[in-house]
Write a protein that binds this ligand. Structure first.
Ligand SMILES: O=C(O)CCC(=O)c1ccccc1C(=O)O
Ligand SMILES: [Mg+2]
Length: 369
């Protein structure tokens, strides 16, 4: 396919709630939506999910934007691309979120052009038509936390991820477990514990958690190796696994039993597929996370989570939990705790251009000469 133009829509979406983790507090989500157009007028969309501050990854949205404009996009515009994964031969992983956004847009474009669902282009395997949703609750005070769990479990959600910090993480999880023993429960510490807090970390073993995500402040896999030897609860790595080599090293060291895969963090679907294959070969459990993003990236994660051997339901909740209005049509909805995986070509959803324009704070179009 011949790439005619690429557009960047820098968007700023107000969040319906303050998203609080051990590291930060978010009221808005700013990302960059990428639209790619081919010579036949087909379009494809991807999203660059970097943040404005380095609380989660070192890649900042402004850096993703400039590397896209100055380097990656001039490379693909006015060029014949046989397959979107060709990108990864030319572009390294210095800016994984920028490359993922561009790859995802070209992949959606390519799949639509071939009239194939996006998952069929990448994986030759059966997938679920519907998947279970998962709720992530921020670092809330205990009464709001219990209230929210009560509300969402009545709505049909069964899987809950709770953001925790050392000061009160165990206390909160224990109360939740006592009141709702049957929930599928996990916790994400976002690097807030020290290895020296072993006593606090070991207490998590009492709670029958599905896993503890990214507990340690240091991203040192040797520290994780030590920790996983000491605790029974499976360690799930998120931030610490950015490349295929990181994953191989973690497996070799037995530094984790579970991996949270997010397409932006690891640089695209090309790497997601490789990591899933590696997990399968090494009996590492994997599941699909997310990053408080618009429906464009979220729905791609819904597709990925339709693989049949994910460990637990993903961080995948309805559009309206996050935003008053999403930019995909139909929006992501959850009924009885389940999300329908879109059928149809590419991402299987349309883009609501009005919403996209409403949220846009900067627009750049790059065309070939
Ligand atoms: O609700 C979501 O989209 C996932 C929330 C989440 O946990 C998260 C959101 C943004 C950045 C990092 C993380 C994380 O998994 O650590
Ligand atoms: Mg996480």
């Amino acid at each position: 396919m011949w790439i005619k133009s690429i557009e960047l829509f820098q968007i700023k979406m107000p969040l319906n709630f303050t998203f609080k983790t051990s590291q930060t507090s978010l009221n808005h989500r700013e990302t960059i939506v990428i639209r790619a157009v081919d010579e036949l007028g087909n379009t494809g969309y991807g999203e660059v999910v970097a943040f404005n501050e380095p609380f989660y990854s070192n890649e900042l949205l402004m850096d993703s934007k400039s590397v896209l404009i100055n380097s990656y996009i001039p490379w693909v515009v006015n060029r014949e691309i046989k397959h979107p994964f060709e990108l990864h031969k030319w572009i390294d992983l210095t800016y994984p979120m920028a490359i993922a956004g561009l790859e995802n847009a070209l992949l959606d474009l390519f799949a639509r052009r071939q009239q194939q669902p996006i998952m069929d282009v990448v994986f030759a395997e059966a997938t679920h038509d519907r998947i279970a949703a998962g709720i992530v609750l921020g670092d809330l005070d205990i009464s709001s936390l219990m209230q929210q769990i009560d509300y969402f479990q009545k709505e049909g959600y069964i899987r809950f991820k709770i953001k925790i910090k050392p000061e009160d993480g165990f206390f909160k999880l224990k109360l939740i477990k006592e009141k709702y023993p049957d929930l599928k429960l996990l916790a994400d510490a976002n690097r807030s514990y020290e290895l020296q807090q072993m006593h606090e970390l070991k207490k998590l073993d009492q709670l029958d958690l599905l896993c503890i995500e990214e507990p340690l402040a240091s991203m040192d896999l040797l520290a994780y190796q030590k920790l996983q030897k000491e605790i029974k609860v499976p360690i799930c790595l998120d931030e610490s696994i950015q490349t295929v080599d990181d994953l191989k090293k973690a497996i070799q060291l037995k530094a984790c039993k579970v991996v949270n895969l997010k397409i932006g963090r690891i640089g695209g679907m090309y790497y997601a597929k490789q990591m899933i294959e590696i997990c399968r070969e090494n009996n590492i459990l994997y599941w699909i996370g997310s990053m408080v993003e618009s429906g464009i990236s979220k729905i791609l994660h819904v597709h990925l989570a339709s693989l049949k051997d994910t460990y637990i339901p993903g961080d995948l909740a309805p559009s309206r939990r996050y935003f008053q209005k999403d930019i995909i049509e139909p929006e992501i909805i959850v009924e009885n705790g389940m999300i329908q995986v879109p059928k149809g070509s590419g991402l299987g959803v349309e883009i609501d251009e009005n919403s996209l324009n409403d949220y846009t704070i900067d627009h750049i179009r790059i065309v070939g000469e």
